[in-house]
Design a protein around this ligand. Sequence first.
Ligand code: AHR
Length: 629
Amino acid sequence: VFVVKANEVKATIEPTMWGVFFEDINQGADGGLYAELVKNRSFEFDVPMMGWREIKKDGADGSYLITNKGVSSTANTRYIRLESLSGKGYGISNEGFRGMGIKKDNGYDFSVWARQVNGGSVSLLIELAGPDGSRLGSATLKPEGAEWKKYTVSFKSVATEAKAHLELLLDGKGAIDLDMISLFPKDTWKQRAGGLRADMVQLLADMKPGFVRFPGGCIVEGRTLDERFQWKKTIGPAEDRELIINRWNVEFKHRLTPDYFQSFGLGFFEYFQLCEDIGAEPLPILNCGMACQFNTAEVVALDQLDPYIQDALDLIEFANGPVNSTWGKKRAEMGHPEPFNMKMLGVGNENWGSQYIDRLKLFTKAIKEKYPEIKLVNSSGTDPDGDRFDYLNTQLREMKADIIDEHYYRPPQWFLDNVKRYDSYDRKGPKIFAGEYAAQSVRTGSPDNKNNWQCALSEAAFMTGLERNADVVTMASYAPLFAHAEGWQWTPDLIWVDNLRSYGTANYQVQKLFSVNRGSVVVPLLINNEPAAGQKGLYGAASIDRKTNELILKVVNAAENPQDAEFITEGFRGKKGTMTELSSGKLELVNSFEVPLAVGPVQKPVQVRSGKLVVSLKPWSVNVIRVKM
Ligand code: AHR
């Protein structure tokens, strides 16, 4: 028997409560969310021809040359010169990000910066081809003159193909120079040219996330400080954004991803725009003057920290400043004169030691002096039970941090055992952001971890504990978010994609269920006068949605047997309600491309009779009940 004290408000649930954590890991951005199909479009990868191959059809003759312009800017220095000696059949081909996912009847926008060489008159034949060489779509264009100019041409595909490639063939003898060779589908999110993959954004939008944390993760830190994420290099025209190697360009279980670079086509403007599109608060995280401590442990000298702090101040101006401010003007020039209304900013990701605290203090002083309204998110790292965590926690609490970001990648049992973790946290201290968490079916860092139902179930139980403590925990996000089935470095992940398909894991279904059923205030849900936190394998949280005047009950049955649950409360007026159930009789069950909803929501009606609501909870189930009050 559960007793709901519907008139006893314990806490307000912030609109930010359930959000998402985005990082360009597992091909999350390039080759994933960012819909560009050409890999290494401007030849800036360490190996300039990575992703490209020379083609000589029917004995054609020609050659290519990569030239470095050596201009003062460090962005986009290289271009390719193609010279055809035979007139036809010579060119280059791009393999895409493990192939290009192409859809029948969809339109494709090809663009290129080009110029003729030595007064020539060479045309470019653009062909999208299947693995067997079949032609899916084609177009031609002819660059005019010796000046660099951007050319665009669109065409449709006649077939669907997950592993297409792009061929560029010269027509005519002579040479042309090419740069920023790009191919985008037309069916991007909101049909924006050069935009994002619509199916992936839709999965996020469906979650109605309260916030998006971006751009990471370890990529914020970089392997070295030179390779850190610098937001200023990710805005403005795409061709001016300086590419860097991805921190996740690593070997992992013999899955080499040497071709993992960040083009920053998905940059900070696009992140803010994405947040706005899906109604989520933006939460950018910036480098705090420390490279990834799991790599080089390089830190910038304290007396050299100013440019890093200036980046933070300028970011706030970029997001919120008036159009006549230096950085607000840049936002307006990119098409968004209105402010993005950013309210939170993270400084550092999983950085630790006194080095972190020393740097954080300088950031905090400068930001709070100029922008006292911005809430700062500070990181307490990945080791909630260890010394490192205790040290940081004490320091951050002494500093009166606004929000502390805790991370935990732990076994499912840890999540069940720690459902009361926040019951004892100081109610007057900093707020908590459970910024990265995921149950690990094998162990943290194991490539064999699965997104199975046991993990999702344990996370759901833990999340009832987060919700019960919404006065302390104001934000939470599963991590990582996306993974490409052929290009990942980390598992488990919330959403899996390939070149054409995407699906939400069982864990995604849990996150979505909690997020779309976020209440406004927490009310007690008790078993024998104690919070429902594991008695007979039952975990729960209750809230009221002030907008719809509904009572929302979230109940997890982590036991292997079905259980009847009886809910008693004052003030049940609506007789009917709904129960949405996620369940599986197999803890090892996973969703997949073939069966994306193996664990999926099932909705049923429920009825209040004589002031009581009685429901049957399936074994190993997560249930959300909504009843009018
Ligand atoms: O989510 C994967 C990684 O885990 C993140 O980049 C980092 O913050 C954490 O260690």
